[in-house]
Design a protein around this ligand. Structure first.
Ligand code: FMN
Length: 196
């Protein structure tokens, strides 16, 4: 009497497992549309964003790269840029943006890249988050830094987009070095995003 019962339990267990695996496979390869939006002053975040753009998504049509640029760029002089960034952070500034996303509604996932500036997000990232309502979407931050990792940046993003889900964030030391490609692949998988 016991054997058929155990057999039935195993079969139904296997059936559930298969259904779960199928669901996971669907979310891995599903029709998620991804925007890689980034702000970069010195080029490190740009390089990381380009690598993410090359590696993420089911195919090239499911992912787009977008650079957040200011109407008035920050000074190319490092010390002056430090001053300007601090001035903007203290003033809670929202610098005007020169670039705009055409149709934000089409994206399910926004991979949001920025350098750590004064232990938080650069002001243009705040401008970007103010411009678009990302409620219901997933924001996956990636942050290039000089040792301070994310600082307060993840809290700042969550505060500006309370309706969005914040994914597992990636911090990269400056331009990332030789492990960057593997780090990006592992991070994409952790977030359930297909890596090419
Ligand atoms: C205005 C400014 C402020 C910065 N503040 C920090 C900081 O607080 N903590 C940190 O670890 N790195 C800080 N950095 C270093 C940058 O995060 C780092 O160099 C990063 O790789 C720059 O990325 P980018 O080349 O895309 O601009 C700062 C750099 C600048 C220009």
């Amino acid at each position: 009497m016991k054997k058929p019962l155990i057999f039935a339990l195993i079969v139904s267990g296997l059936f559930c497992l298969e259904a779960t695996m199928e669901l996971n496979a669907q979310s891995q390869t599903g029709i998620q549309k991804i925007l890689v939006a980034y702000f970069s002053w010195g080029g490190n975040t740009r390089g990381i964003a380009q690598q993410i753009h090359q590696r993420a998504g089911r195919d090239r049509s499911s992912i787009e790269l977008f650079e957040i640029q200011c109407v008035t760029p920050y000074s190319r002089n490092y010390n002056t840029c430090l001053d300007e960034a601090l001035r903007d952070q203290r003033a809670n500034a929202r610098p005007a943006l020169r670039t705009h996303v055409g149709n934000i509604a089409q994206y399910d996932v926004i991979m949001l890249g920025y350098p750590n500036w004064w232990a938080s997000i650069p002001a243009p990232i705040a401008s970007f988050l103010d411009e678009y309502d990302l409620a219901g979407k997933t924001i996956i931050p990636f942050c290039s830094h000089g040792g301070g990792r994310f600082g307060q940046s993840l809290t700042a993003i969550a505060k500006l987009e309370p309706g969005a889900k914040i994914g597992d964030a990636l911090s990269v030391h400056y331009s990332g070095g030789s492990t960057l490609a593997n780090d990006i692949t592992a991070w994409l998988r952790k977030n359930g995003i297909t890596a090419r």
